[in-house]
Each structure stands twice: as C-alpha cells, then as structure tokens.
Unconditional design. Structure first.
Ligand code: MG
Ligand code: ZN
Length: 222
C-alpha cells in the first residue's frame, strides 16, 4: 500500500513538474485553491473575476466529482472555465490539470485558478504545478481545522479566512484560528475577507498582484 502510494505520488510529481515548466514558459501564474466543501472557493473566484477582469486575464479549471455547475457560474461571471469531473476521485492530479489546460488554452501572462475538489486531506499531497496553494477556511467551520488537517495548512502559502460578514452570528475565534494555522505553518500568510460583501478583498487582490509579479520574475530566470 505504501509502495503504491509512493509510486502514484512520484508519477504525479513528474506531471506537476511538466505543468510548472509549461506555465512558466507562458509566464502564467497558477494557484491551487483548496478547502472543505462550502467554504466559498467558487464565490471568491466569481467576485475576483468580476472585480479584476479588466486588469488581469483570468482562466479557471473547476474540479468537482460531478456536475458542471461551478464551471457555469465562472463563465457567467465572465471568465473561460473548463470543468474537470473526477468521478469517484476526491482530488485533482497533475495529469488532469494538463488535460484541462490544453482545453482551457490560457493566454500568456494570465492567471489560472485551479479550484480543487472540496477536501482538506489528499489535495495536500498532490502537486499540480501551481505556484502556491491557497487554503480557504470559512468562519462557519471550526477554528481547529488547521490542527485537524495540518498537512494542508503546512502545504499552503496563504490562508484566506472567508465569510467574515458572518462573524457576529457564529462562535468563531479568529485569533485562535490564526494561531492554530501558525502552529502548523509559522510562515503562512493570512487574509480575512468576505467574498459576499467585498470586505477585505483589496488585500486579496494585493496578494494576487504580488504573486503575478513574482511568477513573471521567476519565469524570466528559467
Ligand atoms: Mg466550488
Ligand atoms: Zn483524494
């Protein structure tokens, strides 16, 4: 079992390296969005597309076990999207992303958002060739999730605390959640926002701009 898992991950890592080179060759920033189901990944993407579409060409790969619902929401918001259905699979793998990218055809210098299947467990182990994993935690969840799912919070560059507009109605300790995330990953960046009301989105857009600049600089060095 362990040997099989190691073989699957090694094959995935090789595919991820190919994706990374392909993306760098086109100066594309790719981000891997991960969370539990319902944390607000698609809503954050819809809002980001609406707010940034005149500034940044955005393309989306939508991972779900079934349905084309989220891909349709993204297209309605104004960005090209390809839906990847994993069937019984509970995470995206690098070869699915490679196939998705060849269908999506993102333009040079664009941003590709990869919305992973809602799951805080195995997406942590599967590199897709992204520049960074963005983990989204909503305030309707428990603030102990970083401790329960440490691999994911360790693998992420940034934690987005979403649905902050609901804070007055829930027992969610923001400071505790941040302390828990930093306990497993002292370097993790943290943003608080509400994709629904728009509060805090400026700092998310600022982070995206920094990542774009860094991705372009890294691509020039290859
Ligand atoms: Mg979704
Ligand atoms: Zn899985």
């Amino acid at each position: 079992m362990v040997a099989l898992e190691a073989r699957i991950l090694a094959k995935n890592d090789a595919g991820a390296a190919k994706n990374r080179a392909w993306l760098a060759g086109r100066e594309i920033l790719a981000l891997n969005l991960v969370s539990s189901p319902g944390a607000g990944k698609t809503t954050l993407l819809e809002r980001t597309i609406k707010d940034l579409k005149d500034e940044v060409p955005l393309f989306v790969l939508e991972g779900d076990q079934a349905t084309a619902n989220d891909g349709e929401r993204i297209r309605a918001a104004g960005a090209p999207a390809v839906q990847v259905n994993t069937g019984t699979g509970c995470h995206l793998e690098a070869d699915m992303v490679a196939r998705g990218l060849s269908q999506l055809r993102p333009s040079a210098g664009s941003v590709v958002m990869i919305e992973n299947v809602g799951n805080l467990v195995c997406p942590a182990m599967f590199d897709l060739g992204e520049r960074a994993k963005v983990v989204i935690l909503s305030v309707t969840e428990g603030e102990d999730k970083p401790l329960k799912y440490p691999h994911m919070f360790r693998a992420a560059e940034i934690m987005v605390l979403n649905k902050t507009d609901l804070l007055p109605h829930v027992d969610f300790d923001v400071d505790r959640a941040i302390a828990n995330a930093r306990e497993v990953n002292p370097d993790i960046a943290v943003l608080r926002l509400s994709a629904r009301t728009g509060e805090g989105l400026d700092s998310w857009y600022g982070w995206l701009r920094e990542q774009r600049t860094a991705a372009a600089r890294a691509a020039m060095q290859i």
